[in-house]
Design a binder for this molecule. Structure first.
Ligand SMILES: [Cu+2]
Length: 209
């Protein structure tokens, strides 16, 4: 117990130290990178290699550049409407409004998955893209993350903050559509503070016969 307490105090001290004066010290950054690499060496998991390893892996990519609180990513799905409906087997256009995400930055997901830190553009906005994922709901059963009716990375540049994607759901039912905002190499966006609005949106809608 004493050891754990000592470790927590040491960790807290390290955090306050690193977040204040030493953040820009290249030697400390090298030290942190070395620590991250060592962390993955010590982990029993496969090392990340830029591919999507389905059995899980250990990444030593640093989190990277994190925006100012006034530039945190925020998203709203405007179509389908929450509680609205579309017709089964008929194309519809999902509309996503996104704020504070410089879209159109989309790395090759086959070879460059999670392999670069989050980066900001010269205006301090995260460079990345969003995704939409649509899942069928079954009462209060938590959906399986491996099962989805539709998925698409939104690789195009937003037009006035608007991202669109044509989708088609053949089977009627209640569905959930969510966005997943990410940086260039597909990792979820990283924000400067914990207490904030969500970077993503989810809505529920009906697919009718
Ligand atoms: Cu992606």
């Amino acid at each position: 117990m004493q050891l754990i307490k000592t470790l927590i105090i040491a960790a807290t001290a390290l955090v306050s130290l690193s977040s204040s004066v030493l953040a820009a010290d290249p030697k400390l950054n090298a030290f942190k990178t070395a620590k991250a690499v060592q962390f993955c060496k010590d982990s029993g998991l496969l090392r990340a290699n830029g591919t999507q390893i389905r059995s899980g892996f250990c990444s030593s990519t640093v989190q990277g550049e994190i925006p100012d609180v006034t530039k945190m990513t925020s998203t709203l799905i405007t179509f389908p409407r929450n509680g609205g409906s579309v017709t089964a087997g008929k194309n519809f256009t999902v509309k996503v409004l996104v704020k504070n995400l410089a879209t159109g930055f989309f790395s090759d997901p086959v070879n460059d998955y999670y392999d670069l830190p989050q980066q900001l553009n010269r205006n301090g906005i995260i460079e990345g893209h969003s995704h939409i994922t649509i899942q069928k709901l079954d009462g209060d059963k938590v959906p399986e993350a491996t099962i989805f009716a539709f998925f698409k990375g939104l690789n195009a540049k937003a037009d006035g903050g608007l991202l669109t994607q044509v989708a088609n759901i053949p089977i009627p039912g209640l569905y959930r559509i969510c966005t997943m905002s990410s940086s260039f190499t597909h990792q979820g966006v990283i924000m400067p503070v914990a207490q904030r609005g969500a970077q993503d949106d989810c809505i529920r809608f009906n697919v009718r016969r």
